[in-house]
Design a protein around this ligand. Structure first.
Ligand SMILES: *Cc1c(COP(=O)(O)O)cnc(C)c1O
Length: 360
């Protein structure tokens, strides 16, 4: 068996130890004679798996008890509609910060369900830096303020948590949740699709402050109502049991690594090395302002753009997979989530240096 270096933006790499553990208990989960995905979600076995996953997740992010943790389906994209439906009246204003493709998708969807207003946009800075706190002028009657902490396509991240006063702060953390320490109490809601930095596709995790629940617009479908999911422990219908289980194994793995505090240091080191390889020598380029450079998704180009397709082909032959940039961005992108070992980043840097030498 040889696992290659996987820089996929999502669905993304999962720690090898987690896959091995899942493999070892796939046919016969803990002596029960069947796999975890063949059990009722209401069985005591699955309920214990589900609860353990939630406990470990709460420990990893230090989530206070007045926040619900929901294990949902429908991807982060469903949240784009659920957020205005649950937290705003149809005629109420909700504020959005626009920093790239994902925040643009979320605000476009929100405009269908509330009075959406873009209060700041990175387009003013060519998407090379995020709007500063001083640009965020908030009226007190806003339903919430929404932003994406890390733009997965553009590789642009917030280097600060926006301060929103009494206006609930809602954040799309799909591509950087669990990558660095956060203060959950600053947020009304945090959400993330699992397939980047948590586990397999099919699961979306939401952390919601309890006082925000129970105010959904009356037209809200039951499956889009956070309060219904919260009251049912995320089991108002059949949840994605296997993805929930596997995410639980990733949480256990992360705790074994020393938790978020420890992985954050590794993530900083990985990103620092890779940006250094991009900046050094003038062969590659990433134009994002240093403090807003993503630690998870690192896009880069070659000054001589004709070499990019050669780079991608040769990288693939060298066992460095999924480095092609998003179709909207072109160039290259290395996604280096928690599960990507430092040795994979080292292998990429070695290849980049060698490629530059051969083609520079
Ligand atoms: C991938 C991604 C999404 C969309 O996730 P789906 O699960 O495909 O709906 C939303 N926001 C961000 C920041 C993402 O990276």
């Amino acid at each position: 068996m040889s696992r290659k270096h996987n820089f996929s933006a999502g669905p993304a790499a999962i720690p090898t130890q987690v896959l091995e553990r899942a493999q070892s208990e796939l046919l016969d989960w803990q002596g029960k004679g069947l796999s975890i995905m063949e059990m009722s979600h209401r069985s005591k076995e699955f309920v214990s798996v589900a609860q353990k996953a939630e406990e470990d997740f709460r420990q990893l992010l230090n989530i206070p008890s007045n926040y619900k943790v929901l294990f949902l389906q429908g991807g982060a994209t469903s949240q784009f509609a659920m957020i205005p439906l649950n937290f705003a009246r149809a005629d109420q204003r909700a504020a959005y910060i626009e920093t790239g493709m994902w925040s643009k998708k979320s605000l476009t969807e929100a405009a269908r369900y509330c009075d959406m207003q873009v209060i700041a946009s990175a387009s003013d800075n060519d998407y090379l830096s995020v709007p500063r706190q001083s640009e965020l002028i908030l009226d007190a009657d806003l339903a919430y303020l929404h932003y994406a902490s890390n733009e997965t396509v553009g590789g642009l991240r917030f280097d600060y948590t926006p301060h929103s006063g009494d206006v609930p702060l809602v954040v799309d953390m799909s591509s950087d949740i669990l990558s660095c320490q956060i203060d959950v109490t600053k947020y009304g809601m945090i959400y993330a699709g699992a397939q980047k930095n948590i586990g397999p596709a099919g699961l979306t995790v939401a952390i919601i402050r309890e006082d925000l629940l129970g105010k959904a617009q009356s037209c809200t479908p039951k499956m889009y109502n956070y309060d219904i999911h919260a009251q049912a422990g995320s089991m108002s219908n059949t949840p994605p049991t296997f993805a929930w289980y596997l995410s639980g194994l990733v949480f256990e793995w992360l705790l074994e690594q020393g938790g978020v505090e420890a992985i954050e240091k590794v993530n900083q080191r990985k990103a620092e090395k890779l940006y250094h390889a991009i900046d050094d020598g003038g062969f590659y380029v990433n134009r994002i302002k240093p403090e807003n450079r993503s630690l998870m998704n690192i896009p880069f180009n070659i000054h001589d753009a004709a070499l990019e397709s050669v780079f991608l082909t040769q990288a693939q032959d060298a066992g460095l997979l999924n480095l092609k940039g998003h179709k909207a961005a072109g160039g290259m992108r290395a996604s280096i989530y928690n599960a990507i070992p430092e040795s994979s980043v080292d292998a990429l840097i070695e290849f980049m240096n060698d490629f530059a030498k051969r083609n520079g």
